[in-house]
Design a protein around this ligand. Structure first.
Ligand SMILES: [Mg+2]
Length: 237
């Protein structure tokens, strides 16, 4: 049943909702592959990128479930990449550092997202709820002060100790927002983390996706003006 309780707080996901993480990831790997001392042997960029795209989500799932430590996630994905390419894993740590340095040089807004964030923030209190390494997510917010300064709360999974879609992270976010779960809207791109996590916590969800999800409290959108009208109608109750 859709709840008619008006929303009073809007959380946004960061990666691939407000910020173009996929672009930064692609560019970071491209830069690393193109550098003269790249440790990828004779493998093409496509091979490296494709393998990384296979490895990284699995590593993140294991990190989210507690099976992998932060180091196993951060460095281990590059050990797996190198060994998957049939190379020595000696350079894994250096590669992990280089990746994060390069990645941070390619952050940019998703088209239309910042403007929409501002418009929502004029209507209701807003916050950020993101999975990720705390130092990286903090430094993204430093680079985009317009987002940081508008946010009433910033919840980073690593600081709480569990990752989305863990209900505990959503409960803590509701507590920090200071409103009941059914009065929170979550704007995010991930089906498993954001849509299933948000619904599981009793939040409403605006899914930034071309796909649809059959639930009365989930609306899919790709056009940011749709989000604004949706927020207006949910805030009216
Ligand atoms: Mg995301």
């Amino acid at each position: 049943m859709a709840s008619s309780s008006p929303i009073r707080f809007v959380y946004f996901d960061l990666d691939d909702t407000l910020l173009d993480h996929s672009h930064a990831e692609l560019q970071a790997l491209r830069d690393m592959h193109a550098s003269a001392d790249a440790p990828f042997g004779g493998h093409s960029f496509e091979q490296v990128h494709q393998l990384y795209r296979q490895i990284n989500p699995v590593v993140w799932r294991k990190y989210a479930s507690g099976e992998f430590s932060k180091r196993q996630a951060k460095v281990g994905r590059f050990s797996q990449l190198l060994s998957g390419l049939g190379l020595s894993t000696e350079a894994d740590e250096e590669l992990a550092h280089r990746y994060l340095d390069t990645y941070s040089g390619h952050w940019k807004a998703i088209e239309g997202a910042f403007e929409a964030f501002e418009l929502v923030a004029e209507r209701l209190p807003v916050g950020i709820l993101t999975n990720g390494f705390v130092e990286i997510q903090r430094s993204k917010l430093e680079q985009f002060p317009s987002i940081r300064d508008r946010s009433h709360t910033v919840v980073i999974s690593e600081e709480v100790g569990v990752l989305k879609p863990d209900p505990m992270l959503f409960e803590e976010s509701s507590r920090r927002a200071g409103v009941p779960a059914e009065q929170i809207l979550y704007v995010g791109d991930s089906l498993s983390s954001d849509v299933r996590g948000g619904i599981g916590a009793g939040w409403k969800v605006a899914w930034y996706s071309e796909s649809t999800y059959d639930h009365p409290d989930v609306l899919s959108f790709t056009d940011w003006s749709t989000l604004i009208s949706h927020v207006d109608s949910l805030a009216a109750g």
